[in-house]
Structure formats: structure tokens, C-alpha cells
Design a protein around this ligand. Sequence first.
Ligand code: FDP
Length: 363
Amino acid sequence: MLSHARIFWQFVYSAKTMTDHKQTNIMTLTRYVLEQQRLHPDATGDLSIAMNAVQVGCKFVEACVRKARLINLVGLAGNQNVQGEDQKKLDVLSNEMFVNALQASGKFSFMVSEEVDDIVVVPEELRGKYCITFDPLDGSSNIDAGVNVGTIFGIWRLPSGPKATVDEILVAGSEIIVGGYCMYGSSCNLILTFGNNQVEGFTLDPALGEFILTHPDIKIPNRGKIYSVNEGNSLYWDAATRAYFESLKFPTPESGRKPYSSRYIGSMVADVHRTLLYGGVFAYPSDRKSRQGKLRILYESFPMAYITEQAGGKATTGTTRVLDLVPKHIHDRCPIFLGGADDISDVEKAFKENNNWLDGTQQ
Ligand code: FDP
């Protein structure tokens, strides 16, 4: 979309116009996807159909999250409610919904879900040219407390199309073609990039049941004022990680900076969303207990790193660009620092100058 058109949409979709429904020319997510399709005259429309399935999955999860407490969707899978009926944990239910919707679209051959141990192989008659990786309900340990949770997804084109074999899934993150997440919070926001240095944010209008473009062309500030990390792990950090966070909390007089504020929700989608909008750094570094950090490469780190880069930011393990990683197994993890370009350059510098678990200098 052209930049003057962006300004137009930003103006049109103020919170007021969303609620009063007087606008008759609105940029829904479906319309946006179709416009992107039109920019590529050779496009088959497959990706648009695939995105429709993702959208349906997100709307379903949003509806469930909203009423989870009321209809016994919180708690552990395997529990029974007072009527003696089996309860389905919200993340199990979300996974089932996504798998069914994505499979039915006929556009995917493989799916990798946080909730499923093995690759989900789509039956031959429904196979398509894409692979999707997703975490249907990320941050679910927060769900009982009503904290924001989200769905994260990444889409890859399979070089051999519907005839692809599973080894085509484990490729570098830079091969990703769509990255997105949907945050279920005080409002439901879907953030999406197809590349081209464009990241767009949509908000679900519950009355219309449509995602409306509300945050066009998101750009992450080069430098922020907030850091977001689980400091409870700091005992186990390496010297590089400690040095970096110390530099944010105790800036030198020469830097001319004030100490950064700390914000950590403990739900990746919510922490990344804030970082994207306000700037700063979100991190889940490696530590002595978990040398590969906690977050999963295929369906957490890759999509979030892609979104961050397309918004003008950077994502690193400390020593390597996240999107240069090639996972060996579908549920592999990696350390991650993502945020504004200047903030992440400081992380890279700290790792060059200090011992760390990643290059083996810290033992
Ligand atoms: P959760 O365990 O609640 O599903 O990878 C999952 C995740 O949440 C991320 O969303 C979040 O950033 C991270 O784990 C939080 O981990 P800690 O509790 O160890 O800080």
C-alpha cells in the first residue's frame, strides 16, 4: 500500500469510527490480504485462502478466551467439571481449531504446532504448497489470571509444493514468507507481515466480527526506554547478559541516558507487542539451566524476529541473527533479544565484549 494511503487509513480508523460504524469503506484484514494479492499479478490466491483459515482460528480462540472462565475452559486438560463432563484445556481446544481450519483450507501440507509432538501431515487430498508453524495459545500459563495471551504463526513456501517431504520444514528463518501474531487482551489485535518492510496491525471489531486496520505500517523506535526479561533467572545469566542489563539499569554519565524501566508480563505476545509499539528490548536469553533459552524457534522466535525486522528492528541470540538459525528439530529453542535497532546493537556489543554461554567463553 502507498504511504499516502496509509495516512488515510490511519485517519479513517480512529477508535471512534470503529465503534460508531458510520464508515462504509473500511480496510478489513480480508480486504488487505486481497490487495496484497493484487500486487502480485502471478499470485494464485492460495495464500489469501490460507490467511483466511488463520483468521478464523484467531477469531475462534478470541471467542473462547473471552468466555473461558464462564464455560469452564480454564484449568487442566483431563479435569472434569461439576457435571462430570471432561474439560478441554483452552490450548488443546485452540490447537484443534487451528489444525482443522488450516487443514480444511487445502493450502498446507505440513503444520508444526506447539501442542503436537510430531509434524502434522495433512492428508494427501488436502495438501497445498505451504507449511505453517504456530503456537495456538502462547503464554497460556497466564490464562487463569486473565493476562493477555496470543497465537503466533509463521508460513513457509514448500519448494516442492504439495509433494514436499518433511525435511523441507527445517530451513533458515529467513525463508519465512508470513509472520504474525494475534493478541487476546483488552482488545484483540492481529499483527501481520508479508515482508517488504511492512508490518500492519488490525483490531477485531466484535460487532462486525472483522479485523480492521488500526495500526498501519508499524515501525519500532530505534531506541526505547523499556526492557523486558525474567530477571528471576539473572543468577544463571552469563557475563554478557548481566553486563547488558546492568548497562540499562545503571547507565554511565557519558551515555547521557536515564535508567530503562522494567516491564515483564511473562506472555511473549504481550511483551513483544508492547516492545513493537513502544520500543526497547524483549529478551529470553540463554542461562546456565537452559543454554538454548526457552522460546521455540519455529513458532515463537522466527515469526517474532521476522515481524521485528520488518518493522525496522533487530533480533539476535546475542551472537547470531535469529533468522539465520536453522533448527535441527521442530521443537528446538533459541535465546532471543529483540527490539529497536540501536538497542539490539548494544546487545550484540555486550556479547562481543563479554564472556557468554553461546560462544563457549563462559564455562
Ligand atoms: P508460557 O510458558 O506461559 O506459555 O513460551 C511460553 C512462554 O509463556 C512465553 O509466552 C513467555 O514469554 C515465556 O514462556 C515466559 O517464561 P518465564 O515464565 O520463564 O518467564
